[in-house]
Ligand binder design. Structure first.
Ligand SMILES: Cc1cc2nc3c(=O)[nH]c(=O)nc-3n(C[C@H](O)[C@H](O)[C@H](O)COP(=O)(O)OP(=O)(O)OC[C@H]3O[C@@H](n4cnc5c(N)ncnc54)[C@H](O)[C@@H]3O)c2cc1C
Length: 404
């Protein structure tokens, strides 16, 4: 028999996370309520997070790490929880069923450790990965450039050996956590003529001379997290490569696959949150002499969202189970796993977008207000379809696997 329920060790963790949310995160969320519903308080003038918000993020990350939640997806040997991808689906789903506020900060996102860090050396794991797993340090993974987005290998950032150092020059754009990261993991071409085998990843500490943190973008999400990074004659020791010279593209793709598979529990959790909100709203809102819930036009919209949530869960669990049978955290991934990962990402991102659009519609004007918390998820859902590889790039990859 196929069992779609979380295994006991995951169920126990989910229950512990629920207690953590109720006891420790909800009070923080109440204190920050005004900031969370008003971007003029949430962000500073320059687009960066307000100090209170940044402090809350850091506090939650550290406390989550202390309780063993922040790095559940990382191997036990480096201080993680050893959860597989299907285990992590249930964790992500449970957290995102609380909507968007401060609760999602208990999970590691792009700023956190990822499974491709197994390619760090023993000293690097000790120096860089351990503090990340403890929630003390965060990273930014810098691949995209103004002229090299989907077409990653057209990147113009270069690194060259000079004596016992690498010298990095170039500009990285739209990088999550760039304004705050302690470590920048930057991908640069070291042998452009070798294409995918000509990129290398470097670890650059934040205060390294030649690294400049550029502007923070105002985006559709206005989350204060996305920034620009400039490298001008930036020198790092030869030992500061992540993996070997020429492995940077493959490690970067592995890191992005973690971002992609995370979408399963995230999107279905947020979808379920919106579905619950819609059901409750139409039962309570009175119009034309009774509750809105009696109108079939609205019922069908809500049923379509139910179908999307069910489909997200089923497809995600199937794809993640498939990924757990193989190995995503390697330099050359089996193409059938890439197909599964891309299918999960494009399906969940688009399905959540449909669910969020309907949720705004069902809630009328209230759904458009900042205080409803619904328009924010709609904006986040719209955003999701671009980072981590766009909808079209997921389809390009799936088409290749289909032999097209
Ligand atoms: C909020 C946010 C956070 C991000 N965080 C990071 C980060 O932490 N690190 C990082 O390195 N990058 C990050 N990015 C960058 C992100 O990965 C890129 O924006 C994304 O890969 C798309 O690249 P692009 O914006 O240059 O679009 P382009 O590649 O220019 O694409 C423009 C359009 O053309 C389509 N297109 C391109 N090529 C094809 C094709 N072959 N077939 C069909 N359609 C195609 C695209 O799908 C898209 O619709 C982030 C972006 C955002 C918005």
């Amino acid at each position: 028999m196929i069992d779609f329920s979380p295994p006991p060790h995951v169920q126990a963790t989910v229950e512990a996370i629920e207690r953590f949310i109720t006891d420790e995160l909800e009070p923080i969320q109440r204190d920050l309520a005004r900031h969370l519903s008003n971007e003029h308080l949430y962000l500073r003038e320059d687009g960066r997070l307000a100090p209170e918000v940044l402090e809350a993020q850091r506090t939650i990350r550290r406390r989550s790490a202390e309780r063993g939640f922040y790095a559940l997806h990382m191997p036990k040997e480096v201080g993680g929880g050893g959860f597989c991808l299907t285990d992590m689906f249930f964790v992500h789903e449970a957290v995102y069923r609380h909507g968007i506020g401060v609760t999602q900060w208990l999970l590691s996102w792009t700023e956190g450790p990822n499974q491709m860090m197994q390619f760090l050396s023993a000293e690097q794991k000790q120096k860089y990965l351990r503090p990340m797993i403890r929630g003390e340090w965060t990273a930014a993974y810098a691949i995209t450039e103004y002229r090299g987005g989907s077409d990653v290998l057209s990147m113009e950032t270069r690194a060259a050996r000079r004596g016992d150092e690498w010298v990095i020059d170039g500009t990285k754009a739209y990088i999550t956590n760039a304004p705050y990261a302690d470590l920048i993991m930057v991908c640069a071409m070291t042998a452009p003529e070798r294409r995918s085998a000509g990129a290398t990843l470097f670890i650059v500490e934040r205060d390294t001379p030649g690294l400049r943190i550029g502007r923070t973008y105002r985006t559709i999400m206005d989350d204060g997290m996305t920034g620009e990074l400039l490298f001008e004659n930036c020198r790092v020791p030869l030992a500061n490569t992540w993996g070997a010279e020429g492995e940077g593209f493959y490690i970067s793709m592995g890191m992005i696959n973690w971002i992609r598979v995370r979408r399963g529990g995230m999107c279905s959790g947020l979808g379920q949150y919106l579905l619950d909100r819609c059901v409750s709203y139409v039962k309570n809102r009175q119009a034309f002499g009774g509750p809105l819930s009696r109108f079939q036009g609205l019922q069908w919209m809500i049923v379509d969202s139910y179908l999307d949530v069910q489909a997200m869960r089923s497809l995600s669990l199937h794809c993640l189970w498939q990924a757990d049978q193989g190995n995503l955290w390697t330099l050359k991934v089996d193409p059938s796993l890439i197909q599964a990962v891309c299918a999960l990402k494009v399906f969940c991102d688009e399905a959540l977008y449909r669910v969020a659009d309907r949720a705004v519609q069902v809630h009328g004007a209230y759904g458009l207000t900042k205080e409803s918390g619904i328009e924010k998820i709609f904006r986040i859902a719209r955003n999701l379809r671009i980072p981590g590889g766009t909808d079209e790039i997921q389809r390009v990859n799936i088409a290749k696997m289909l032999g097209l």
